[in-house]
Write a protein that binds this ligand. Structure first.
Ligand code: ADP
Length: 236
């Protein structure tokens, strides 16, 4: 009786994961095509009225957000199916941190980013996926620090590891929340600070780091901000 209930529940969950996988895959193609057409129109700026240019820029910003969500959904379903695969290479983490900081300054002009990564930090990993992790930590730092706008991004060598950290001075997390934020679909239920998201970013980041030989952790106190950091083995 109990076994058949659990079997049924397990099958339902598998069906749901399969649905998320198919739906996100199907959404990806039309989304890419709409964005492509808008970008083509946007390139004809000289013949467009100013108001239309502004609407196109706004539409592209919204589409970028939608693309992030769809890509995250796709990643979650790949993880569930054990198919989040990518190649590992020797990469320059100093360069990657500088690139992400530059991107952040461009995407989030509301915040001030401080970053002076140590030079010569080489690790073995997947550049695109580590960029995804770092941009996710930065976007969370921005989302959850609406009042204090300073964000510090660091990268240093610590014995045979490289540590990358993102610090904000925002709403912070309680002990209980810290224990749960890396779970799939977990979000802190605080209406006051609710912002868009589906609770997938940290779950995906954790899996990516594990696949790159690393681990993600958080130091935080409610109201005092948060430092998310990860260590990766130095490449020889
Ligand atoms: P999302 O931000 O899309 O909800 P994440 O998996 O990235 O999903 O984060 C899970 C939850 O962890 C968030 O909903 C938020 O409550 C909390 N969180 C993440 N980063 C921070 C941060 N820098 N400061 C405070 N809370 C955070």
């Amino acid at each position: 009786m109990v076994t058949s209930f659990f079997n049924r529940a397990k099958k339902e969950l598998e069906k749901k994961d399969e649905f998320i996988g198919i739906a996100s895959h199907e959404l990806k193609t039309p989304l890419t095509s709409v964005k492509g057409y808008l970008q083509i129109i946007g390139h004809k700026k000289e013949i467009l009225p100013d108001a239309v240019k502004q609407y196109i820029d706004k539409a592209i910003t919204s589409l970028n957000k939608l693309q992030w969500l769809v890509n995250d959904l796709l990643d979650v379903s790949k993880i569930q199916a054990g198919r989040l695969e990518y190649s590992l290479h020797k990469i320059d983490l100093t360069e990657l941190v500088s690139l992400c900081t530059e991107n952040a300054r461009h995407i989030y002009p509301s915040h001030v980013f401080e970053s002076q990564p140590e030079t010569g930090l080489f690790i073995t990993g997947n550049e695109e996926r580590l960029e995804q992790v770092l941009m996710n930590l930065i976007s969370n730092a921005v989302k959850y620090s609406p009042a204090n706008k300073n964000i510090i991004i660091k990268a240093n060598k610590r014995r045979n590891k490289v540590r990358v950290s993102v610090t904000d001075f925002g709403i912070g997390l309680s002990e209980e929340q810290k224990g749960r934020i890396f779970e799939r679909f977990y979000r802190v239920e605080d209406k006051k600070y609710m912002s868009s998201g589906l609770g997938m970013g940290l779950y995906i980041s954790q899996v990516i780091l594990a696949n790159n030989g690393g681990k993600i952790r958080v130091d935080s106190k409610p109201g005092k901000g948060a430092t998310f950091y990860f260590d990766l083995p130095v490449s020889k």
